[in-house]
Design a protein around this ligand. Structure first.
Ligand code: TXA
Ligand code: MG
Length: 354
């Protein structure tokens, strides 16, 4: 086991000595967790096959699920991609740096392990001073999946990173809680119209405004389990965002949801289970369960997104047997929230009505 160094940095103006210590680990093939505007990532030199292999191992991540490659400027993105279409260029102009990952056909400079043998690559420029400083000082593109063990909710604080990865990585740059709290939107630019493979920090509506047409892959909506053969994004077939407890999602109009959640909570408590409710502010006081936690107001989906992964982790520590989660609206960041909740529930989705 390694000793993992924690380096506290100023999120706006990161101290250069701490960035250099971290960049030296990356240059030598080591692993460094760092903040982005979405969640913490676990970084390795994307062009060093040995480093990327150890990145998969540290996370227990299956080798067929490639990470996102983070770059500091457009020039580096162009080096990794074979073709950048005019549509991709307009997205880049509008959304980078930011929570949008674009899938391109890949160039020859990228090692096979980094893209899990695919002929495409996932690339983004993050909107975070610490991430950008680390990329710049390392002098290479940085492959970075979320800095959690595979199958756990993505980390939004360094506490989460260390809980999963202490002793498995060289260092972590601590810049406090990440702003957005759900991962980037993954958009496939190798098809036309472009297709959202994973909803995330850049809303569908915003992409539609720029592109005119954009499709949602059915797995991105995550209304039911899909045949793996029908899925194009490698990550889609792996279970994600899974707390230890069983999760049930109740969707529908707010007051109907509240009634149904209480009905289910009563049923499971009578069976002797410890029951958690993942609520919204509008309904939280109404619930009778062992543990009730609120994500925030249904009217502020950005706040709900920023609290989601933290609360799922908190429920695990409470040792509840079942988590009954309120579905949220699916506009804006709500689609990303519901994608995570539906997947965490393994598609145990109940529609409340009346
Ligand atoms: O916000 C984020 O995206 C965070 C931060 C650290 O940047 N990163 C992140 O990475 O969530 P990761 O590796 O946990 O998720 C990457 C997603 C996975 O669903 C993976 O399957 C998909 O991107 N992906 C990677 N390469 C791909 C490719 N060539 N084609 C299709 N999907 C790809
Ligand atoms: Mg991940």
């Amino acid at each position: 086991m390694k000793k993992t160094i924690v380096l506290k940095v100023n999120p706006k103006e990161p101290e250069i000595d701490k960035i250099r210590i971290s960049a030296n680990f990356i240059k030598k093939g080591g692993l460094v967790a760092f903040p982005t505007e979405t969640v913490y990532g676990l970084g390795a030199d994307a062009l060093n096959p040995k480093a990327v292999k150890s990145l998969f191992e540290a996370k227990n991540r299956p080798f067929d699920n490639p990470p996102i490659v983070h770059v500091g400027d457009m020039k580096d993105a162009y080096r990794l991609a074979r073709v950048v279409t005019p549509k991709a260029k307009s997205l880049i102009k509008n959304f980078w740096p930011g929570p949008l990952t674009l899938i391109f056909e890949r160039s020859e400079v990228v090692p096979n392990v980094t893209v899990a043998g695919l002929d495409t690559i996932a690339v983004r420029i993050p909107r975070h001073s610490v991430a950008l400083a680390l990329i710049r000082e390392s002098g290479c593109p940085i492959a970075a999946p979320s800095a959690n063990l595979a199958g756990r909710p993505s980390p939004t604080t360094v506490k989460h990173v260390l809980y999963d990865l202490y002793g498995r990585i060289d260092a972590v740059l601590d810049a406090g809680q990440t702003r957005i709290g759900v991962e980037s939107t993954v958009l496939d630019m190798t098809v036309d119209p472009p297709q959202i493979l994973r909803p995330g920090g850049t809303p569908y509506e915003a992409l539609k405004n720029v592109l005119g047409r954009v499709e949602l892959h059915p797995v991105a909506v995550a209304q039911k389990e899909m045949d793996v053969d029908k899925t194009r994004s490698p990550g889609m077939k792996h279970r994600h965002y899974a707390p230890d407890a069983d999760v049930i999602v109740v969707e529908g109009e707010s007051s109907a949801v509240a009634r149904k959640v209480n009905e289910l909570a009563k049923f499971y408590m009578e069976k002797g289970g410890k029951v958690g409710v993942l609520a919204t502010d509008e309904n939280a006081e109404y619930y009778k369960a062992d543990v009730v936690k609120s994500l925030g107001s249904r009217r502020d989906l950005a706040v709900i997104a920023s609290n989601l992964f933290r609360l799922l982790r908190e429920f695990d520590l409470e040792d509840v047997d079942v988590i009954i989660a309120e579905g949220t609206p699916t506009d804006g960041l709500g689609l990303a929230v519901m994608n995570r909740l539906r997947k965490a529930s393994r598609y145990k989705i109940i529609k409340a009505s009346g």
